[in-house]
Design a protein around this ligand. Structure first.
Ligand SMILES: Cc1cc2nc3c(=O)[nH]c(=O)nc-3n(C[C@H](O)[C@H](O)[C@H](O)COP(=O)(O)O)c2cc1C
Length: 232
């Protein structure tokens, strides 16, 4: 079908309008404490704030970003992203992202500048598993090493024990990839809707990550993601 000049103008106007609403709510830094300073053994997260762009605006603006400002994320930003990725949204313990057969094999790690933390959905908190700056284990691209939040999605194949342990590992891993990607996309959309930027990443030294955190042998690296304040 041929596009008329007037329909092109309408389209251009829509694109312009979308650009104007691009990821609104641009990162409000309260500068009290950000992920650049956090180093407690346990970080209690805040309830997700009812802020941000509409889902439509987030979908229109979602894109992979590989250039970030060095600014840390506030506790509210960190809390929102992690809740979107792996948070509990129902009283029965189920999560914001779907999981094949409701087996929930994905363990969600937040790699902050001062430590690697494991997210717990039930308490909406982070518990440190390793002190120090280990961002080199969270990816193989330079921006990973300076951004304030990298999320690493690890599968625990023990989650399938008893019910699906006859399933070949390759099949289990395929399903884990789907579960992790659903979580990752939740976080991508939340980030975009709240003035942050993100990128889904496969490239990471997954085996090294597992070794350094002392993971059990049922753990497998699946996916990673960077979330930060977009470069100005
Ligand atoms: C499963 C998956 C793995 C990806 N791995 C990487 C990666 O390791 N590094 C990277 O920079 N981008 C990675 N990407 C992002 C893609 O390159 C990006 O989505 C694609 O270029 C399309 O661009 P867009 O996201 O801006 O639409 C990955 C995306 C997906 C879905």
């Amino acid at each position: 079908m041929k596009k008329t000049a007037s329909s092109l103008i309408v389209c251009a106007a829509m694109v312009g309008a979308v650009a104007l609403v691009a990821c609104p709510g641009r990162a409000q830094q309260n500068n009290t404490k950000t992920t650049n300073d956090m180093k407690a053994e346990k970080i209690t997260l805040t309830a997700p704030a009812e802020t941000g762009a509409t889902l439509l605006q987030a979908l229109q603006q979602r894109a992979s970003t590989r250039e970030y400002a060095p600014d840390g994320l506030t506790l509210e930003q960190l809390s929102g992203v992690l809740w979107a990725a792996a948070g509990q949204n129902r009283a029965d313990g189920r999560l914001t992202a779907p999981s094949a057969m409701a087996m929930y094999p994905i363990r969600t790690y937040a790699v902050l500048p001062n430590g690697i933390y494991l997210y717990d959905a039930a308490s909406h908190s982070l518990t440190r598993v390793l002190e120090g700056d280990h961002r080199r284990l969270a990816g193989q691209q330079d921006f990973v090493y300076t951004t304030p939040l990298n999320i690493v999605y690890i599968a625990d194949l023990a989650a399938y024990a008893g019910r699906y342990d006859t399933m070949p590992e390759a099949e289990q891993l395929k399903i884990c990839g789907m579960d992790a990607m659903a979580q990752c996309q939740n976080a991508n959309l939340w980030a975009c809707a709240n003035g942050m930027a993100s990128v889904t990443r496969l490239m990471a030294p997954g085996d090294e990550f597992l070794k350094v955190i002392g993971a059990p042998d049922t753990y497998r690296y699946i996916l990673a993601q960077t979330v930060g304040v977009p470069a100005k």
